[in-house]
Design a binder for this molecule. Structure first.
Ligand SMILES: Cc1cc2nc3c(=O)[nH]c(=O)nc-3n(C[C@H](O)[C@H](O)[C@H](O)COP(=O)(O)OP(=O)(O)OC[C@H]3O[C@@H](n4cnc5c(N)ncnc54)[C@H](O)[C@@H]3O)c2cc1C
Ligand code: SF4
Length: 504
């Protein structure tokens, strides 16, 4: 029985972030641990609602009121088990998820203060490590069937763990030199220190998952070879085709880059430095892409843009502007537009925004300005209005509103256009749809030339969230288990058609 008055006695509180002047001198995570007392207090605010709308917000179906109450009563071991029953990697989602569960929490109705679900989650996940580590789970007797997982992001790893625990022989193929997908070299350490990935990978390896890094499927091994080696294949290759702006004058100038080029280069030097000071970030061909001493302009308003902002400040940028096409969102939910419990359009201040830089809303780049040597020296912007007509986005510049911002480094963080065009697709006979994603049938199989080729994560959904990647990985694993005539069923939290909560 939960505490019926908890939310009346306690306000929503989060642990203080590390001070800005300290944290921008290193790459460590922004949040310190909250401490058991604060977390117990916050978990006490949960009302254990008869209809827990937080469940509806979470594609994993996390048993949120259950583990809130277990934390309240101090039964941390049971809380750890309850959390792991629905989520393979709560240390990732607890740190990184934007928490649609909190947007759907009943305590948030009418502008109230939702339970700090995500903070409780990460504390339980870290308690699992502190209370004896991530021990391997028992694995079922070998089934004699084998599965190839292509891609080691959260979708591929969640599927691999589920299938290995069910007794199948699982091999994960990853073209990069390290495992983790976007969590490894896309997301900076100040959001997710890589020890969390390494710890989880050790658990998967101990449960029997085999890893092959540096293997680009479609190039180093063909689809045909993979099919011959394995009884089923799961494609979990992500949605890494960055959107570009080739029509903008000056796009070809030196210093104008895709945001992911900047993030990957920066995260690689941090990984290589260990505890030492990272070297300047460079592209694989040696071209510098470091923000040190530079005026940086980041184009885009999402996660990727905020990550570039945090990296630019840690690299010692002279100044940063972050440009957004859309007007500044409201501070609080507009109930007419986004009624509770849907995900609201509100101003999201990431920790990186506390660290400096100027956000400029409702502007569009008209030109990248040449310094006369082929290097960018500025960005000419105009104020704009944006409207949707017949499903198309119409951007209209305001006459006379143009101005120039200084820029030595410009980073395009304007979204992704689905999964990359790469040889693997043609070899499996898999097509990209109009969104650049790969369609799945209700049983998670693709329309590949042969049976037994499944898809999950961003490759299926388009650029999305870690929580959706894990949910799809678990569901695809359940479908593969059934395809291989495995005993019993595995949990399938979502089907391929499932969408986030939305007002109809
Ligand atoms: C900069 C950035 C920040 C983000 N921040 C957040 C956040 O804070 N919170 C959040 O919830 N989500 C965030 N996201 C989104 C989240 O990272 C993705 O939704 C998630 O990683 C998708 O998981 P996935 O397993 O489908 O694919 P990915 O993580 O993209 O992994 C796909 C893997 O497949 C590999 N691969 C591709 N082709 C082949 C091949 N032919 N052979 C072998 N391997 C191959 C790739 O190298 C990659 O490692 C962020 C995304 C970006 C870009
Ligand atoms: S909706 Fe909020 S208060 Fe209700 S059970 Fe979920 S977390 Fe607890």
């Amino acid at each position: 029985m939960p505490d019926p008055n908890g939310f009346l006695r306690y306000n929503r509180r989060l642990p203080a972030r590390r001070p800005v002047p300290v944290r921008i001198t290193d790459w460590r995570e922004v949040y310190p641990a909250a401490g058991a007392e604060l977390i117990r207090e916050q978990a006490t605010r949960c009302m254990d609602c008869g209809i827990p709308f937080c469940h509806e917000g979470c594609p994993l179906g996390n048993r949120i009121p259950d583990w809130n109450d277990l934390v309240r009563t101090g039964d941390w071991d049971a809380a750890v088990d309850s959390l792991h029953a629905t989520n393979n990697f709560p240390e990732f989602t607890g740190r990184l998820c934007p928490a649609p569960c909190e947007a759907a929490c009943v305590l948030g109705i009418g502008g109230g203060q939702p339970v700090t679900i995500k903070q409780v989650e990460v504390e339980i996940a870290d308690a699992a490590v502190a209370r004896g580590g991530l021990r391997p789970r028992p694995v079922a007797a070998p089934t004699g069937r084998s599965v190839a997982v292509v891609g080691s992001g959260p979708a591929g790893l969640a599927a691999a763990q589920q299938l290995a625990r069910a007794g199948h022989a699982v091999t994960v193929y990853e073209r990069d030199d390290a495992l983790g997908g976007l969590l490894r070299y896309g997301i900076p350490d100040f959001k997710l220190e890589k020890r969390h990935i390494d710890r989880r990978l050790a658990q998967l390896a101990a449960e029997g998952v085999q890893f092959r890094t540096g293997v680009n499927v479609g190039v180093d091994v063909t689809a045909e070879e993979l099919r011959a080696r394995h009884d089923a294949v799961l494609l979990a290759c992500g949605a890494l085709q960055g959107r570009d702006t080739p029509e903008t004058p000056g796009r070809e100038l030196r210093g104008v880059h895709q945001a992911m080029s900047h993030l990957v280069a920066a995260n690689r030097v941090v990984a290589a430095a260990g505890d030492g000071r990272p070297a300047l970030a460079v592209l694989p061909d040696g071209t510098p892409i470091d923000a040190t001493g530079k005026h940086v302009v980041i184009i885009g308003g999402g996660d990727t843009a905020a990550d570039c902002l945090g990296v630019a400040h840690r690299q010692g940028a002279a100044g940063v502007h972050q440009l957004d096409l859309y007007p500044e969102p409201p501070e609080t939910r507009d109930a007419a537009r986004d009624p509770w419990p849907t995900w609201p359009w509100v101003l999201r201040n990431y920790p990186a925004h506390e660290e400096g830089g100027a956000r400029v809303f409702a502007v569009a780049v008209q030109e990248f300005v040449d310094d006369g040597t082929g290097q960018v020296k500025g960005v000419r912007i105009a104020e704009v209005t944006v409207e949707k007509r017949d499903g198309r986005r119409i951007v209209t510049p305001l006459p006379g509103s143009e101005r120039e911002l200084p820029a030595d480094l410009v980073l395009l963080a304007i979204g992704f256009e689905g999964t990359e065009v790469q040889p693997l697709l043609a070899q499996f006979g898999v097509a990209r749809n109009a969104r650049g994603a790969v369609d799945a049938r209700p049983d998670w199989q693709t329309d590949a030339d042969a049976d037994g080729v499944f898809v999950a994560g961003d490759m299926h959904r388009g650029a999305s969230l870690i929580v959706w990647a894990i949910a799809e990985g678990r569901a695809a694993a359940a479908a593969i288990h059934s395809y291989l005539d495995g005993v019993g069923t595995l949990p399938a939290p979502v089907d391929p058609a499932r969408q986030p909560l939305a007002a109809r």
